[in-house]
Design a protein around this ligand. Structure first.
Ligand code: SF4
Length: 87
């Protein structure tokens, strides 16, 4: 079976957590507990599509997000997160 993702991206502890737009937190409401959300807020990924560091929650809500496995994101490599999410 061909892989359903193009990139494997490491999730890392953020030195400087990214600002997460309200749109994103609203979209993810109920997906994870408040405690898990608070932890994920402090994680970043080096996104191969926008070629910059992106907050993990933005990645989680991104149309190219496939899954997170053992600290890595499987990314479909299609459209990246909407521009207005990248503040
Ligand atoms: S899922 Fe989206 S934000 Fe995450 S690495 Fe892929 S393109 Fe970047």
């Amino acid at each position: 079976m061909p892989a359903d993702y193009q990139f494997v991206v490491k999730v890392k502890e953020a030195v400087k957590p990214k600002r997460i737009p309200k749109d994103v937190t609203t979209q993810l409401k109920g997906v994870a507990s408040g405690k898990a959300m608070a932890r994920m807020k402090k994680e970043n990924v080096d996104c191969p599509v926008v070629k910059d560091e992106v907050g993990f929650l933005i990645c989680f809500a991104c149309p190219s997000f496939v899954r997170r496995v053992m600290g890595e994101v499987h990314c479909a490599g299609g459209d990246g997160p909407p521009r207005e999410w990248l503040l």
